[in-house]
Design a protein around this ligand. Structure first.
Ligand SMILES: *Cc1c(COP(=O)(O)O)cnc(C)c1O
Length: 426
């Protein structure tokens, strides 16, 4: 084993350091595997109930009328998320698009959107109109209110109660921290928040941005009262096989409006050819629980390696996981570059390229990114990125297999050791 890792560029010292950390993680990994087992059963049961068969994998083109593969996939998703309905489409281009459809379909001029968990994910700022943008919700007369989290990251129930008013139509809860420093929320915390909001205003609708959270726990927010859960197929639920797409699972009322918004009033879910993507969508969903487990093991392994070396990690080495993202504060530009070069060098695709910090639209500092993915930008595949500014943290996520995630983390450590930025304890 040491030899094959040496061939890949991992020294014996780094490999052995990793094995030592790993030896203490067996019970954590067992727990992750048990969740994957449960979720595998959940997905299988949904596929069996809906009698998935080879005809569902046929390609359709044009309008896509009577696309039974597409319609049945939506029934399978609804069964997995325990919702009345689902919209799962390659025409939903990414997570931001799925969220935009869900929001704009369910908010009308004069309505207010409330985020009770602080600022939403960066790309939603323009969707909502927090940052001025053409075609934002704000431009269409939808206002936005926000209740920030308390300093300790918990919900500020008083602030939320006073933010809910007669115009509050939809409440948006982001499960994952995304690229913020707040904690990610467990499904049970989200359930409590939903119950609270509905106790203040029984007819308010709640949407959960479920990105990066799917299959991390046994329950999903739709099990605890969310009217819609929304995410990207090039993250967790696509299992690494979906090359595009997004989903919205929820009540029939909400999902129907989403379908009318996505295609056209009157057309709704009836149109939208599957373009031959059904095999990838079905098989990706089938693999998703195991893929998510691999990514989670990678995140736990990274936190345990880097925390022991003195770097602060969010979540920390011991915490429960509510999404697949791992932040490691490396403290310097050089360390961020070395870390990302290690992740890149471990990739199956583009392993020979060297990531460099670069200016990116929407950021006020240079950004470094490492990704060698089969699907462009797919963040269920192993990737790392971060803005080059204090506290110099990299956000690390994904890995289609645990072994690849492991190699990526070992390579990141190797590059830090080679650059003289980390000394392994003797
Ligand atoms: C990734 C992500 C999004 C946006 O998804 P894209 O596919 O990048 O558009 C939204 N919210 C959260 C929490 C995310 O992690």
């Amino acid at each position: 084993m040491e030899q094959i890792y040496e061939k890949l560029g991992v020294s014996r010292a780094v490999y052995e350091y990793g094995e030592e950390a790993l030896a203490a993680l067996r019970s954590r990994f067992d727990e992750i595997d048990r969740t994957a087992e449960y979720n595998q059963c959940k997905v299988l049961s949904a596929m069996q109930e809906n009698r998935v068969n080879a005809t569902h994998f046929a390609a359709t083109t044009g309008y896509g009328y009577d696309d039974e593969g597409r319609d049945n996939l939506e029934r399978v998703y609804a069964a997995v998320f325990h919702t009345e309905a689902a919209l799962v489409r390659p025409q939903i281009t990414c997570g931001t698009h799925a969220l935009t459809v869900a929001l704009s379909a369910n908010l009308l001029p004069g309505d207010e959107l409330l985020s009770p968990v602080g600022a939403p994910y960066d790309t939603l700022e323009e969707v909502i109109g927090i940052r001025e943008s053409k075609c934002s919700l704000k431009e269409y007369g939808v206002t936005y209110a926000q209740a920030d989290l308390k300093a300790d990251g918990s919900f500020d129930y008083d602030a939320i109660r006073s933010a809910i008013n007669g115009r509050t139509k939809l409440i948006t809860i982001q499960r994952s921290k995304g690229y913020a420093t707040r904690p990610s929320f467990s499904v049970s915390q989200i359930g409590e928040l939903i119950a609270f909001c509905k106790s203040v205003k029984p007819d308010v609708k709640v949407m959960v941005d479920n990105c990066y959270g799917e299959f991390v726990e046994r329950l999903e927010p739709s099990d605890l009262g969310a009217d819609m859960v929304v995410g990207s197929l090039i993250k967790n639920p696509g299992g690494g096989l979906a090359p595009i797409g997004g989903y919205i699972c929820g009540t029939r009322e909400c999902v129907e409006r989403c379908a009318y918004r996505l295609s056209a009033p009157g057309l709704g879910q009836e149109v939208g050819a599957n373009l031959g993507l059904m095999p990838a969508f079905y098989q990706g969903l089938f693999l998703a629980p195991t893929v998510v487990a691999g990514a989670l093991k990678g995140a736990v392994f990274a936190a345990n390696i880097y925390e022991k070396l003195g770097f602060s990690c969010v979540p920390n080495a011991a915490e429960d996981r509510h999404d697949i993202i791992q932040a490691v504060t490396l403290g310097s530009r050089e360390a961020m570059v070395a870390f990302c070069r290690g992740i890149q060098a471990a990739a199956p695709v583009d392993s020979y390229v060297t990531p460099e910090p670069w200016a990116m639209p929407g950021y006020d500092s240079d950004v470094i990114m490492a990704a060698g993915a089969f699907v462009q930008g797919s963040s269920i595949e192993l990737s790392a990125d971060g803005p080059i500014r204090p506290p110099y943290a990299v956000y690390f996520q994904g890995g289609l297999t645990w072994y690849h995630a492991k190699l990526g983390i070992l390579m990141s450590l190797q590059k830090l050791v080679e650059a003289g930025l980390v000394r392994l304890p003797a």
